[in-house]
Design a protein around this ligand. Structure first.
Ligand SMILES: NC(=O)c1ccc[n+]([C@@H]2O[C@H](COP(=O)([O-])OP(=O)(O)OC[C@H]3O[C@@H](n4cnc5c(N)ncnc54)[C@H](OP(=O)(O)O)[C@@H]3O)[C@@H](O)[C@H]2O)c1
Length: 245
């Protein structure tokens, strides 16, 4: 089945394992134009060349680090062209213990997951763009639902992004443009490798297939769905239990 309606995709965090799977699935279904943003100009070549060689796709690349704010006043740096899908998969789990004592690690987690992403979302969600059909998919995390001792720097940054995007969902209500907030549970990627047992992680190829079933879905979505009841339970756990997680 071809997804005729997503012909072009702009990806922030294009070297993430889940973004690679989504780009491959998009290309398989007919997407032929990509704008890939990563902080690594060598790693990004792999997926860019794969899309060019396998699907004859038109692929542009941009290299940037979300913790670098030197270009904040340079509007051409944050310029975003017209794409059907805007996908944000950049994210950094970081080291919670280190962040407690090292402000640079704390700031890196907040900037990579929230503060550094905001200027890009601002550039995407222009009043003109949201009048037309299109979609923004943003990966947040189930970690945003309740602060836990093991990951509250990451979780709070994702919670900021989550809240920001909920505002956008409401702002785009009744418009052609949809905002999809993907609250992911464990996925088998380099972020979880060695930290989470394999059997608890969903494969990124399955994530891609699930998301592309309904590309213009709007609002908050747990992925996979069963994280919704799990998090509903975790949200009401007493602090005595949460303190052990
Ligand atoms: N894996 C999970 O279990 C899980 C669960 C919940 C939510 N999520 C979220 O899902 C999204 C995709 O994650 P993933 O599992 O595919 O992880 P991943 O493979 O580690 O990808 C994360 C991506 O973010 C990029 N990134 C990190 N810090 C950056 C910075 N300062 N500037 C620019 N790019 C930066 C990384 O770039 P480099 O390639 O250059 O390192 C990497 O491509 C992330 O937002 C993550 O927080 C993941």
């Amino acid at each position: 089945m071809k997804i005729g309606y997503i012909r072009s995709a702009w990806v922030l965090g294009a070297n993430s394992d889940v973004a690679v799977s989504i780009c491959k699935e998009l290309a398989k279904k007919g997407c032929r134009k990509f704008f890939l943003i990563s902080r690594n100009n060598i790693k990004i070549k792999k997926i860019a060349n794969y899309l060019r060689e396998t699907y004859k796709a038109e692929v542009d690349e941009k290299i940037l680090d979300l913790t670098d704010f030197d270009n904040l006043d340079n509007t051409s740096f944050y310029e975003v062209k017209d794409f059907d899908l805007y996908l944000i998969t950049a994210g950094y789990l970081g080291n919670n213990d280190l962040a407690m004592n090292n402000i640079h690690e704390a700031k890196k987690i907040l900037d990579s997951n929230f503060v550094g992403i905001v200027p890009w979302i601002n550039a995407i969600i222009s009043p003109e763009r949201i009048k037309r059909k299109g979609c923004l998919w943003v990966f947040t995390s189930v970690a945003s639902d309740r602060g836990r001792p093991s990951n509250y720097y990451y979780g709070s940054a994702k919670a900021g992004l989550q809240n920001f995007c909920e505002g956008l969902v409401a702002r785009c209500h009744g418009k052609q443009f949809s905002v999809r907030i993907i609250k992911a549970g464990y996925m088998a990627t380099k972020m979880t490798i060695g930290k989470v047992p394999d059997f608890l992680c969903i494969k990124t190829s399955d994530v891609a297939k699930i998301l592309l079933r309904k590309p213009f879905k709007n609002g908050v979505e747990y992925l996979p769905w069963y994280w919704n009841p799990i998090m509903s339970l975790i949200k009401i756990f007493p602090n005595s239990l949460i303190s052990k997680l």
